[in-house]
Design a protein around this ligand. Sequence first.
Ligand SMILES: [Cu+2]
Length: 248
Amino acid sequence: MAALLLLALAVLFVGCSAFGGDQNTFAPEGDVAKKQLEVFYWALWPAVVVLILVTGALLYAVIRFRRRSDDDPIPKQVHGNFRLEIAWTIAPTIVLLALAVPMIAAIIDLGGDPDADALHVNVTAQQFSWLFEYPSLTDAEGTPLRAKVDELLIPVDREIVVHLESVDVNHSFWVPKLFGKLDAIPGRTNDLKFNATSPGTFSGQCAEFCGIGHANMKFTIIALEEPEFQVWCEEQLALEPGAPVCQR
Ligand SMILES: [Cu+2]
């Protein structure tokens, strides 16, 4: 039995990205992911305290008031306790109200207007890949820049605004180190702001089961330093070095 339990735990922990995986929400590398992790901890720690208090009280009651051999067959009958009932109504209300303050503040913050110099990206989800287009980065003919399928390049430390659409079924856009999930729904556009605070490669994937190829619907976001991003932009659009359209 113990061996089985150990095996089950081992299988479970293999999936933990704390052991070096790169889809780790506990190792955020963007301001949005950091804020979302903060909010998660706001909910987690009070819940842990409540869990310990409730489980402790339960275990105490089970052991302290267990049936003994010399007990009467019918225990003392108790109906209601006004003070206790008031206490366990007011205490959770205070906890929930206190938690609402940082959480609502975070929701307002994350949903605010984008920066004036934010880079906009149109993201289209389809079975089973992701298409990325930069509406403001256009070549001489006005055709917008498109990144490779499943590979979005962004400048580091700059706000990116995603306009997310789907052409077929529901998908979900998710890069654990940069931002939480956002659904891609046919017929509507969902927006998301994020940034990367360090250069690097961040892996993401579709987080909504969307068909037989769902598991392979992965993509990568590559964050480059601003000058490198500009060089890449100029090359892709076949523009002269220093072309204004690629400048921040
Ligand atoms: Cu999908």
